[in-house]
Design a protein around this ligand. Structure first.
Ligand code: ATP
Ligand code: MG
Length: 458
């Protein structure tokens, strides 16, 4: 973290120092709410939850070297006491950004692909200077400020994933970390149950474009009409990208796929360069163009952007991870991290590509948070599995049964497994050497199936 004294922290978060706190004590980081991760010089953030009270863990945090607690009541040791810890954490993060004049903040939102794109952007920015980005999925009002607090005096780029479960969420995240470069990937139907409509989701995502000041950059997906329309709410310079439209300032031409890895010619306002992506899936071509648009705005030459895109990998697991089991040559596409209708469609397109010329099996499960569209969306996934060329669809859990119904209606062989163990047993029984197997569902629901295949990798 940017080094601050307890007095400075108390002022920034509107708190008061209690206990034997020396106002001049310097906090050098890390900022942690898990006492097991507390470390020398750190600040321990104590939340009061339903089941546990973080303040009870203050002694362990002090033991590990934390110099103070940020909490809502006094503890036996130095503390900054505030009325609301989450708000205070956000204000502390904002102070970190305000004290970092040389920092470029890049924010990514969208219904699908935030983490994948964030991981690529982070690897691109690392080529330009010291970069901080979250590991995995820390994209909400709790996770984001922790990531921001990792910025230190050397950091030049901060890449953030910004998720929205409602109107105002992204605006709040942008108050914590004002973005210089905003990237909006797509507006799909993820979380539609909470929002009500895709238009409402678009309003929530547009808060990122609206937060960019004059002089900043807004990178918009020109292939998504709701995203392209966000140009009207932005004060920054708008750059659109497209996988096909030659009029978009950043676009691709001559795409070709080899076992799901795309090659294309990248066109940017500064010139063209051939790209071969290291990551799998057609959707990653779109994400890569968003990354290229950012690279261009950050002053990278097309050839350097292309070289970076040829090396950047998926860092956060379970996202189009492709591996082949040596024992029987079964190729697994582990895209089990999470699912929504758009990402199911993208993953099934990936199955077609990766499994070209081979028997294809899809192990698919429930997509959560779809509200009224649930039944139709699951049936549509079944239909898309058939269209993708799956010969066998194994559906995990009875709640996802409509996927099987949709696939069966298209003449595909289907099985419905009661749980993941049954799905594993069915897969062992029904898969054949050389198959390509896609695994995907909402969070947790197929992770064990993927882990099983990974554990039997060799
Ligand atoms: P979450 O809302 O869970 O944080 P996310 O937006 O971070 O999701 P990722 O974790 O990057 O998204 O990807 C989730 C899945 O979405 C991937 O497994 C992939 O199948 C799909 N996906 C990624 N990018 C796109 C895209 N541009 N369009 C459609 N689907 C995509
Ligand atoms: Mg994510």
């Amino acid at each position: 973290m940017i080094v601050m004294t307890l007095a400075e922290i108390a002022e920034a978060v509107g708190g008061r120092l209690t206990g034997p706190a020396d106002p001049g004590t310097r906090v050098t980081g890390p900022v942690e709410h898990d006492s097991r991760k507390a470390a020398p010089g750190g600040l321990f953030v104590a939340f009061t939850g339903e089941n546990a009270d973080g303040h009870d863990y203050a002694p362990q945090a002090f033991e590990a070297g934390a110099v103070a607690v940020l909490g809502s009541r006094e503890v036996d040791g130095p503390a900054v006491v505030v009325p609301d810890v989450l708000t205070a954490l956000g204000r502390l993060a904002r102070e970190v950004v305000d004290r970092s004049p040389d920092l470029t903040v890049v924010g990514v939102t969208g219904s699908s692909g935030k983490t994948s794109t964030k991981d690529m952007l982070a690897q691109l920015c690392e080529r330009l200077g010291p970069t901080v980005a979250p590991e995995g999925n820390l994209n909400n009002e709790l996770g984001l400020p922790y990531t921001v607090c990792r910025v230190d005096a050397d950091t030049r780029y901060l890449v953030l994933e910004m998720g929205a479960r409602g109107i105002g969420h992204i605006a709040y995240l942008c108050d914590i970390a004002p973005v210089d470069v905003a990237v909006v990937l797509n507006v799909g139907t993820a979380h539609i149950g909470e929002f009500g409509s895709a238009d409402a989701i678009a309003v929530a995502k547009s808060e990122l474009a609206a937060a960019v000041p004059a002089g900043g950059t807004v990178v918009l997906n020109g292939d998504d009409a709701r995203v392209a329309a966000m140009a009207s709410v932005s004060r920054g310079d708008v750059v659109t990208y497209s996988t096909s439209d030659p009029d978009a300032p950043v676009h691709a031409s001559d795409p070709e796929s080899q076992e799901g890895r795309f090659s294309f010619t990248l066109h940017t306002p500064s010139g063209d360069a051939p790209v071969r992506l290291a990551v799998h899936g057609a959707h990653q071509m779109s994400n890569a163009l968003a990354v290229a648009a950012v690279g261009d705005r950050l002053g990278m030459a097309p050839g350097d952007i292309a070289a970076a895109l040829g090396e950047v990998r998926a860092r956060s697991g379970r996202r189009m991870d492709v591996f082949t089991r040596e024992s029987d040559g079964i190729t697994v596409i582990d895209d089990s991290y999470n699912a929504n209708p758009a990402s199911m469609a993208a993953a099934l397109a990936g199955l077609t590509e990766v499994g070209r010329g081979r028997r294809k099996v899809a192990v698919l499960g429930y997509m959560a948070e779809l509200g009224d569209s649930e039944t139709a969306a699951h049936e549509e996934v079944g239909r898309l599995a058939a269209e993708a060329g799956a010969e066998l669809v194994i559906v995990v859990e009875a709640v996802a049964e409509r996927i099987a119904a949709g696939a069966a209606a298209c003449g595909v062989a289907t099985e419905v497994a009661a749980d993941q163990d049954e799905a594993i047993a069915l897969l062992d029984e029904l898969s054949r050497p050389g198959d390509t197997v896609l695994i995907k569902a909402s969070r947790y629901r197929t992770w064990r199936v993927a882990d099983y295949l990974r554990s039997t990798h060799t």
